[in-house]
Ligand binder design. Structure first.
Ligand code: B12
Ligand code: SF4
Length: 509
């Protein structure tokens, strides 16, 4: 996206994704401009890169969620010349021009730009063969206010929706390159609930009702256009459980090939939900029914659960996995409570620690991302009744139970044929393994082994995700009427229809 925001006369930037390979210092020359994106988990590594780039004579600029929250830390520890807070779509162009003039500012306020100003990413500069799937954001911000989440504070609570035509065009450009799996990288794909509409109606708030209705209508337009794209495309998103009350919306998602969504269940008890300011979520029997509704409408659920909430007790772990199995979620993740900066939980914890700060390797624990990775604890906030080790062990057991062979085999019955069933099993194991490699297992031998196994499984799964590029694919939005129909007819009869790996991992209905 920042590549798209780079002034044209500067040329194309070189993109380096350190989750694939580390940057080669030799590639940085004096006078280069190096933009570094950091979230909390990779800030320390980001600072190393910045120091190295500055030592080689480059201009160093940071952005991303962590830089937005801690601009002074980034300037101090990351050898930054400049930091962009908030959105970079417009600010980056300004920083680049200022660096070229030799006069970058210290802090740029990128702010929260309007949805109409979001840029389409320069996917043409990425190595398509290195990724299983691509991601496209269709909306920023979330109206909710969960205590463990920073999105509503950094991106705001007002949904900023991108024009549907632009989203579809970007997705078409991705399918042309051969991407058929696309994550709609939104925090909440369901920004307007039926309850929001009802309340606006009851309050006779005409302006609000119009605003909400327009946002909702545009969501439907987007889904209608997605439904016209090649049938081998699969979308995945994140959504709140409230969508379970809206059959019309779920049906539109299904038609649009949005085959799955991460749903933040977080906790299965009313006390747990209250603790995270998410008491609008369901618990108990109603929760199972709500999650089942998604599946009944053809949208698979990746249930996301948090362990380590103050209300959790040893019995919570078993109750959670039983609920996940009962609710029939297709995938699940069980994460341990992490106080991310910018959240209500973090603010509370920082206040508690202010008097007598706990230090690890001379770093206050409330700045855990600065603690060297080898000595960084796995959990940071103490639990009232359980030790971190107990929570970690119990969480691991829950993962093992949900992803044991027999449970996966049972869930794989949702696929249409044996081939898909085997693919489903591989994917489930890969998902489990990826998490085992990112923090659950403590000893390094196990971590190494699990990484190796994850890589091997990923290679097997890659074939499922690949598709033959479709360089001539036209956007349905740009070609309405007869021309569009002719285009679609040509596509339906073209060689592309049977191209790629037709290996649906999820049932067609
Ligand atoms: C999609 C997503 C993912 C996908 C990423 C897929 C992919 N390859 O793109 C997946 C599922 C893999 C993922 C994983 C994780 N994620 Co995530 N993810 C997101 C999500 C929902 C959207 C990110 C996105 O695409 N945004 C769209 C882009 C355009 O926005 P952006 O990144 O903010 O960038 C803009 C500005 O920040 C700025 N900017 C960014 N970088 C730079 C650099 C420069 C130089 C400049 C000038 C500007 C700039 O300009 C950009 C355009 O405006 C965000 C939530 C969110 N709303 O951001 C969480 C989020 C970033 N993830 C989060 C977390 C915690 C994780 C994990 C650690 C989870 C886990 N436990 O494993 C992992 C880490 C993975 C890793 N290796 O780094 C947290 C980070 C919190 C924090 N303080 O760090 C977020 C904010 C979610 C949350 N609720 O708190 N994630
Ligand atoms: S956790 Fe999800 S629903 Fe809650 S504020 Fe964050 S993005 Fe919104």
């Amino acid at each position: 996206m920042l590549a798209a925001a780079t002034p044209r006369d500067v040329g194309d930037p070189i993109l380096v994704d350190e989750s694939l390979e580390q940057i080669d210092p030799e590639s940085i020359q004096p006078g280069d401009i190096v933009g570094i994106s950091v979230h909390t988990g990779n800030a320390l590594r980001g600072y190393q890169v910045g120091q190295m780039a500055r030592a080689r004579g480059a201009w160093v600029v940071y952005g991303g969620i962590h830089a937005t929250l801690f601009p002074e830390e980034v300037l101090e520890r990351g050898a930054a010349h400049a930091v962009v807070k908030g959105d970079g779509d417009i600010a980056w162009g300004k920083v680049v021009s200022d660096c070229l003039k030799g006069t970058p500012g210290r802090i740029y306020e990128g702010g929260r730009i309007d949805g109409t100003e979001f840029l389409a990413a320069r996917w043409d500069l990425m190595r398509a063969d290195k990724y299983m799937w691509a991601s496209v954001q269709t909306i920023r911000g979330c109206p909710k206010h969960c205590s463990f989440c920073s999105v509503w504070r950094t991106d705001g609570q007002k949904p900023r929706q991108r024009q549907f035509q632009k989203v579809v065009d970007e997705i078409v450009s991705l399918r042309r390159l051969g991407f058929r799996f696309i994550a709609l990288a939104d925090d909440n794909f369901y920004p307007v609930t039926l309850t929001d509409l009802r309340l606006a109606r009851e309050q006779n708030n005409v302006a609000r009702l119009e605003e909400l209705t327009a946002i909702r209508a545009e969501r439907f337009q987007l889904m209608e256009e997605l439904a016209k794209l090649p049938k081998d495309m699969v979308f995945f998103t994140q959504i709140t459980m409230e969508a379970g009350e809206d059959g019309e919306y779920l049906d539109a998602m299904h038609r649009a090939n949005i085959k799955g969504a991460l749903v933040g269940v977080e906790a299965v008890t009313p006390e747990g939900l209250k603790a995270v300011f998410k008491d609008w979520n369901y618990s108990g029997e109603a929760l199972a029914l709500r999650l089942q509704t998604f599946k009944q409408h053809g949208v698979h659920v990746l249930g996301s659960f948090i362990f380590g909430l103050p209300t959790d007790r040893p019995a919570t772990f078993d109750a959670t996995v039983q609920m996940a199995l009962k609710a029939g979620v297709t995938f699940a993740q069980f994460v341990m409570m992490t106080p991310f900066p910018g959240t209500v939980d973090f603010g509370r914890w920082e206040k508690e620690q202010a008097q007598h700060p706990t230090l690890v390797a001379d770093v206050p624990i409330t700045r855990y991302w600065l603690i060297p990775i080898e000595v960084r604890p796995k959990m940071f906030t103490p639990h009232p009744t359980m030790s971190s080790e107990e929570i970690r062990e119990r969480t691991q057991k829950v993962w093992n139970r949900f992803y044991n062979w027999s449970a996966i085999w049972q869930r794989s019955a949702c696929t249409p044929n044996l081939r898909s069933r085997i693919a489903f099993i591989f994917l489930s194991k890969l998902y489990r393994q990826m998490y085992a490699g990112t923090g659950i297992s403590t000893d390094s031998a196990r971590r190494k082994k699990s990484k190796k196994w994850a890589r091997w499984t990923a290679r097997q799964c890659k074939k499922l995700f690949q598709a033959k590029p479709m360089p001539e694919l036209q956007s349905p939005v740009r070609h309405p009427g007869l021309a569009g129909l002719a285009g679609r007819f040509a596509f339906e009869n073209s060689e592309f229809q049977n191209s790629g790996e037709h290996f649906p991992i999820l049932p067609e209905n």
